[in-house]
Design a protein around this ligand. Sequence first.
Ligand SMILES: [Zn+2]
Length: 464
Amino acid sequence: MDWMKEVLARKEDLIKDTQEFLRIRSILDKETASKEAPFGKGINEALEFLLQKGSSEGFISKNLDGYAGHIELGTGQDIIGILCHVDVVPEGDGWTSGPFDADLREGRIYARGAMDDKGPTMAAYYAMKIVSESGLPLQKKVRMIIGTDEESDWQCVDHYFKHEQMPLMGFAPDADFPIIYAEKGIIDAELHYTPSESTSTQEGIIVTEFHSGERYNMVPDKAFAALSGNLNSDEIQSSYSAFLKKHNLKGDYAEKEGTAKLMLTGKSAHAMEPNNGINAGLYLAAFLKDLKLNSGAKGYFSSLTDFFFGDSRGKAVSIASKDEVSGELTLNAGILRYTEKAASAGINIRYPVTADGADIKEGLQQIPGFLLHSLSDSKPHYVNQDHELISTLQRVYTEQTGETAELISIGGGTYARSLEAGVAFGPLFPGREDVAHQKDEYIIVDDLLKATAIYAQAIYELAK
Ligand SMILES: [Zn+2]
C-alpha cells in the first residue's frame, strides 16, 4: 500500500475541506451556550460539521450531548482511538489575513486552529477515509473521538468516557512528532501561611500588600510590595538598590506619604522548567525578609525564602525525586500573596512518572508554618516503550519519513493523557516553528499531507 499516493489522490479535497472546517469560528462562547451546545454555537457547528461529514461518507457518527462525538469505522470488540478537538483558542491580534479566512499562501494554510487542532483533525479524518476506501480487512474498530473543550476544562473527555468504552490504545494528533510517550504528573497546590499566634507582635515595618504572579504554571516576572509603619526610607532604598545590583535585577523604589513601594522585575518562563525564568516574587521575598518587619510578615517572607527560593526541585520541602524516563521533579511558586489578613503561596509541581502524587501531598502537609488548603493532581501519563502501540507507531513514522522515531518525555500535559494507553503523535514535525496559539498560526500543506499518510498507515497497522 502506497499511503502517500492515496493522500495525493485526494489532495485538493483535503485542502478544501480543511479550509472549510477552519472557517468555523469554534471558540468557547458562553453567551450562545445551550443544552445541545454546552460550549456555544461555534464549537457546536464545528462538531456537527465533522459528524455530518462522517455519516454522509459512510461512517457511524455519534453526538454525546454536544460535549463530544465520535466517527466510527469497522467492527470488533477492541477500539483504536484517535483523539482530536475542534475548539480553538481566541484569535488575538496582529494577523496578516483574517484568522478564520483560512488563506492559502506560500504553501501554507493560515488560520486559528490550523495546527491546534483542526488541521490535524482533518488529516486524521482523511486517514480514516483512506483506510476505509482501501477495503483492507480490520480486526478492530477505529474511532475518531472528537472533544470540544480541550482548550479550557476537558469536560468533553470526562463526559465522553463516562458513557463510552475506553479504547484499547490510541493516539492524539495534538502535539509533536515523533512520539510523546511520557508526561509528568501535575499538581497545583495552594498553601496558606499560618503563623503561631503566641509569637505575633505588631512592632516593626508593616507589609500592607505583597503580590506576585497570576498563574500556577508560569514563573512570575513581576512582584510588588507596599510597606508602611516604622520605616527608615533612605536605609531601605539603599539596601534595595544594593540587593538588585548584587543579583543583577531590575526594580523600582518609591516613597510617598509614609508608604514605600517596591517593584521587582524577573523573567517569565513556563513552570515545566522554572530555572529558565527568574522568580520575581521569591527575589522580592528574599529582600523583604531581612528588613525589620513585624512578626507575621517576617515569618511569611522567611518561610517563602527558606522553602522555595533558589530551589526549583522541591529539596527544601523534602519532595524531590527523579527517574530515568522523565528526569527531576520541578516546583514553581507561581502565585504569592500577602496582606495582614491572609498570606498564601500557589505552587505548581511536575513530578516524574514513577513518583506518587499521594507522597507529594503528604510532603506538602508537613511544611512548617503552612497549611495545605487545596490541591489538584493530574496523574503522570506513560506508555511503556515495549508496548505494541509504541513499536507500531515508531515503525510507521520511520517508513513514512525516513527518520528514526525518538521517544519524547515532557513536563507538560497533552490531550493524550485522557486515553489509558495513548501517546501524542504529531502534527508538529521536528525542527518546525511552533505556531499553536500564536498570531498567523499556519499549517504547511506538505506537512498536512505527510501527517495524513502517517495517520492512515498507523490506523491500518493498529487495527488490522
Ligand atoms: Zn490542542
